[in-house]
Design a protein. Structure first.
Length: 472
């Protein structure tokens, strides 16, 4: 059966365009990739396995081709005896395990700094860093390779010939040089990564990627649909697990609704915290009559399976997660213990750019209908108003005494008002009025108050499609 995915926002006065197509299995891929890339162990584990395989097979190749190597190549390979080979391999293995421990320590210190100084939600950003994964993989692979080759080195004894795997020892020496270079690069990289500018840029890029994947571009030429109202015959659907919703499988929900000839409404969106046994949505029969207890239990179980729940928020489908991270950095910078409004202004600048990207997307409620036009699944998602409130409510509250922070929020609203569609301009005006009240309650001097008043006027003009020049 063909499936038509309709994107809409529930509103009595406006509706959103729809987009046709089947539920995309790429969501599962991105969710699995996000889970895997935030783990430190996969790449080092692969490096260890590769090192063991190479450390076993290369000495065997050495034994076969050593006598047949050309003279120019033999001169480049290791030329020592068995004792010298053991010394080299012992030195490589001993030094690399020390360097690996140092690298782990530096990584943990960086994670602690990011958590305490900026936001604990930035730990996922560092844990997903491929450069750190690659560096640890190189160090551990070199260590394991040196130990594996060491077992194949033999001295001359009665009944046993001396064997020195020259190519293998030479490769161990090259890996040690590469590890030394990797350590220098890692230290330089770490210094760059702990800068707040770098962290904000990474969070912004990841959030932009999530927005591009989850939200669809507007297409005014499409048809229009609205989410249906919940009837009195609807039954609640309860969460089967507690935690954060990380992904919603729309295809699984659609299949469950079609099999039961019902309509499913999910109130929990990716990023929301749910509690087992507490309702997260509604379901009702397409014939507007009550569902059997057995059917309702099966639907509740299938809905629970369609919602992936984890112990933390992820960027797989959560549009607001990146804004949450940026806002956390701004709020932490405004705390009395840090007192760094410049960082807060910088974070708000990234939030501005991200919200301007989101403004061109289809947000709000997502409605999925079957080929006959019967609504089968309704999934509530945050709209621009929700995301805007997430981005500026806390910075406005905690930065109320700093005119530069409030000015940056006005700038955010002004730029967003210029690019957002008319349907969202009221939300920006509402936020501007709230910000005006915050400014009025502060003890600013005349110059600061005049500057903020001018910015408020310019913000109101942008929501009317006007962009007057700044007054000097």
């Amino acid at each position: 059966m063909a499936r038509h995915v309709l994107l809409a926002r529930r509103s009595a006065q406006s509706a959103r365009p729809i987009e046709t197509g089947g539920p995309d299995l790429r969501d599962k891929f991105y969710a699995a990739r996000d889970t895997l890339r935030t783990q430190i162990w996969p790449m080092p584990t692969v490096g260890i396995v590769v090192a063991i395989v190479v450390g076993i097979t290369l000495p065997l190749l050495d034994a076969r081709v050593d006598a047949d190597l050309p003279a120019w190549l033999s001169e480049l390979l290791f030329a020592g005896d068995a004792d010298a080979a053991r010394t080299v391999l012992d030195a490589v293995a001993g030094s690399l395990i020390t360097v690996t421990a140092l690298t782990f320590s530096l990584t943990l210190v960086t994670l602690q700094l990011a958590s305490g100084q900026f936001s604990p939600r930035l730990l996922r950003t560092f844990a997903a860093d491929r450069f750190v994964h690659t560096t640890l993989a190189i160090f551990l692979a070199t260590f394991v390779y040196a130990l594996t080759v060491l077992r194949s080195v033999r001295t001359a004894h009665p009944g046993q010939d001396m064997f020195v795997p020259r190519m293998s020892v030479t490769l161990g020496f090259i890996l040690a040089i590469a590890s030394s270079l990797a350590l220098v690069l890692f230290l330089a990289y770490l210094v760059k990564q702990i800068r707040v500018e770098t962290m904000l840029r990474i969070v912004h890029a990841e959030a932009s990627d999530t927005v591009d994947r989850v939200a669809n571009q507007q297409d005014a030429a499409r048809h229009i649909a609205l989410a249906p109202s919940t009837p009195a015959t609807a039954s609640p659907l309860s969460a089967t697990r507690s935690g954060f919703v990380t992904r919603v499988d729309s295809l699984a929900l659609f299949s469950a609704a079609v099999d039961a000839d019902a309509t499913i409404v999910i109130d929990a969106s990716p990023g929301d915290a749910i509690v087992a046994g507490i309702p997260i949505g509604w379901v009702w029969s397409s014939r507007m009559q009550g569902l059997d207890v057995e059917v309702l239990e099966q639907l509740n179980e299938r809905v629970g399976q369609a919602l992936s729940v984890g112990y933390e928020r992820t960027a797989a489908q959560d549009i607001g997660f990146g804004l949450r991270q940026l806002t956390d950095v701004a709020v932490r910078a405004l705390s009395p213990g840090v007192n760094d409004p410049t960082t807060a202004v910088h974070a708000l600048g990234h939030s501005t750019a991200l919200l301007c990207e989101v403004a061109s997307k289809n947000l709000g409620t997502r409605v999925i209908s079957d080929e006959s036009g019967v609504v089968r699944v309704v999934m509530h998602r945050p709209d621009l108003s929700n995301l805007l409130d997430l981005a500026i409510s806390q910075p406005r509250r905690y930065g109320a005494s700093d005119p530069d922070v409030l000015a940056q929020i006005y700038i955010l609203l002004r730029r967003l008002g210029w690019v957002c569609p008319p349907r969202d301009r009221q939300a920006i005006d509402d936020q501007r009025h709230r910000l005006d009240k915050t400014v009025a309650a502060q003890d600013f001097d005349d110059t600061e108050r005049a500057k903020l008043a001018d910015l408020s006027i310019l913000t109101g003009a942008s929501t009317r499609g006007e962009w007057p020049p700044l007054t000097t």
